[in-house]
Write a protein that binds this ligand. Structure first.
Ligand SMILES: NC(=O)c1ccc[n+]([C@@H]2O[C@H](COP(=O)([O-])OP(=O)(O)OC[C@H]3O[C@@H](n4cnc5c(N)ncnc54)[C@H](O)[C@@H]3O)[C@@H](O)[C@H]2O)c1
Length: 398
C-alpha cells in the first residue's frame, strides 16, 4: 500500500491517442488531465510506459505542448518496457512507490496490466472496457478487494451534464415505467483502419464503444441486465484485412432488482465504418421511452458547427475534453473527460492521505465492481456473436 509523501507519483501504461494525442489525433486526454490536476494537487511525477522505444519522442512532445498550453509544470518521463507484464510492473514498482496507475493500452491488454498493478497494491484506473470477459473482471475485482484498493473504470459519460439531467428525470420517475432505450453510436472508418490498425481485429465495436452506453443505462436506471443477443454485419473491414465486425446490433433485457416483473429492453446499434468525411469522429444519439413520455438526446449535434474551407463541416463537442479559456483567459483543460480522470486522482489523494476509505467510495463511482455489469453484457454479446446470435443469460453480475 503506498504511503503518503510530499507529492504523488503516477504510472501511466500506454502512450497512444488517449494518453498523448499521438499523430495529431487529439489533445491527449490522460496527460492533459493529469497536467490540469497538477495545478491543484501535488503530482510529483508521471511515468509513462509502453513497449515501443519510439514513444519517447511522442511523450516528450506531448508533455511540452500540454505544459505550454495550460501553463502547467508537470514532470513526465517515458520508459520502454518488455512484454513480460508481471515482471515489468513488479520492477517498476520496486524502483518507485506509485500512488496510482492508469491503464490505457489496447482492450485485450487491460486485464494483464490491471492485474499486475493491483497485485503490486497500487490504486488503479482502467480505460473502458474493463476487460472482454466477466471472469477476468471478477478476478480483478477479487484482487482489488483483497488488497483494499481503489479501482475504477474511466466511464466519463457519467460526468456528462446531459446524462446527469436524464438520470435525475429517471430517478424521479418522470417517464413512468421504462419500456425501452435505443442507442445509435458510430465512429469514422479511420479508427479501425488507421488509428487502431495494429489492434482493431482483436476487439469489436461493441466492446470498444458500445460498452459506454451499457454502463450508462446501468448508471441511469440501476436495473441489471439479464439476457442479451447480438447480430453483426461484416464485409468492409474484413475485405481490408481487419478481421472484425463492421457493425453490431445488441438487444439487452434489463430487470429492476426490487421488482423482477419490471423489465425494459435496450437496443444498441454501433458501427465503425462511418465515412472519413463524417462531421464528427463520434456520431451518437439515444432515446429512452417510458409509459408517460420519451427523452431524446443527440450527443453529436450539441449546437456548435464549424464550416471551414479546409475542414468541411464539423460538429464540435466542447463538453468532452478540450482546452478552453478560464476566467483569467488562461487555457485550461476542461470537460467531462477531464473530470472523470481528475476525480480518480482526487479520490486517490484522499484515500492515500487517509481522509477517506476506498470502501466508502463504492456506489458513487464507476468502480471495478460497478463495471461487472457492463463487462457481463460485453461478454454475453461476444458469445452471442460467436454463436450465431443465440440468447445469453446473465445471472447476478454484480
Ligand atoms: N482514444 C480515445 O478517445 C479513447 C477514449 C477512451 C478510452 N480509450 C481506450 O484507451 C485504450 C487505448 O486507446 P488509445 O486510443 O490510446 O490507443 P492507441 O492505439 O493510440 O495506443 C495504444 C498504446 O498502447 C501501447 N501498447 C501496445 N501494446 C502494448 C503492450 N503489449 N504493452 C504496453 N503498451 C502497449 C502502444 O505503444 C500505444 O502507446 C483502449 O482500450 C481504448 O478503448 C480510448
Amino acid at each position: 500500500m503506498p504511503v503518503w509523501r510530499e507529492g504523488m507519483k503516477v504510472l501511466v501504461i500506454g502512450a497512444g491517442m488517449y494518453v498523448t494525442g499521438r499523430d495529431g489525433t487529439g489533445p491527449g486526454t490522460v496527460l492533459s488531465s493529469l497536467a490540469q490536476t497538477s495545478k491543484a494537487l501535488p503530482i510529483e511525477e508521471v511515468t509513462v510506459v509502453a513497449t515501443s522505444p519510439a514513444n519517447a519522442a511522442t511523450v516528450d512532445a506531448a508533455a511540452a505542448r500540454i505544459n505550454a498550453t495550460i501553463g502547467s509544470d508537470l514532470k513526465v518521463r517515458y520508459r520502454a518496457i518488455a512484454r513480460t507484464v508481471d515482471d515489468e510492473i513488479a520492477a517498476l514498482c520496486s524502483d518507485a512507490r506509485y500512488d496510482c496507475a492508469i491503464v490505457s493500452v489496447p482492450d485485450h491488454l487491460h486485464f494483464a496490466y490491471a492485474r499486475a498493478i493491483l497485485r503490486q497494491a497500487v490504486h488503479c484506473l482502467v480505460v473502458k472496457p474493463l476487460t472482454p470477459t466477466l471472469a477476468e473482471a471478477r478476478e480483478l475485482e477479487r484482487i482489488r478487494a483483497e488488497n483494499g484498493l481503489y479501482g475504477v473504470v474511466e466511464f466519463h459519460k457519467r460526468w456528462d451534464a446531459t446524462n446527469l439531467w436524464v438520470r435525475r428525470e429517471l430517478e424521479s420517475r418522470t417517464l413512468g415505467k421504462l419500456l425501452y432505450f435505443t442507442v445509435e453510436y458510430s465512429q469514422r472508418i479511420t479508427i479501425p483502419w488507421t488509428t487502431f490498425r495494429s489492434w482493431s481485429s482483436r476487439t469489436n465495436i461493441f466492446q470498444y464503444l458500445g460498452v459506454h452506453y451499457v454502463d450508462l443505462i446501468w448508471f441511469l436506471t440501476r436495473c441489471v441486465p439479464i439476457r442479451a443477443m447480438a447480430v453483426g454485419t461484416e464485409g468492409t473491414l474484413r475485405r481490408h484485412g481487419i478481421d472484425t465486425w463492421d457493425s453490431v446490433h445488441a438487444t439487452v433485457i434489463w430487470q429492476n432488482p426490487a421488482d423482477k416483473a419490471d423489465r425494459f429492453v435496450s437496443q444498441i446499434s454501433v458501427n465503425w465504418i462511418d465515412p472519413a468525411c463524417s462531421s464528427a469522429m463520434s456520431d451518437q444519439k439515444f432515446s429512452v421511452i417510458g409509459t408517460r413520455g420519451r427523452i431524446q438526446c443527440d450527443q453529436k449535434n450539441r449546437g456548435l458547427e464549424v464550416v471551414h474551407e479546409d475542414l468541411g463541416i464539423q460538429q464540435i463537442n466542447p463538453y468532452f475534453s478540450d482546452y478552453l479559456p478560464d476566467v483569467d483567459g488562461q487555457l485550461a483543460f476542461r470537460g467531462y473527460g477531464h473530470e472523470s480522470i481528475d476525480q480518480f486522482v482526487r479520490d486517490v489523494f484522499d484515500v492515500v492521505s487517509r481522509r477517506v476509505d476506498a470502501a466508502e467510495l463504492r456506489g458513487n463511482r464507476p468502480t471495478m465492481r460497478e463495471a461487472l455489469v457492463s463487462t457481463a453484457v460485453v461478454d454475453a454479446v461476444n458469445q452471442s456473436l460467436a454463436e450465431n446470435s443465440s440468447w445469453k443469460d446473465m445471472r447476478d453480475p454484480v
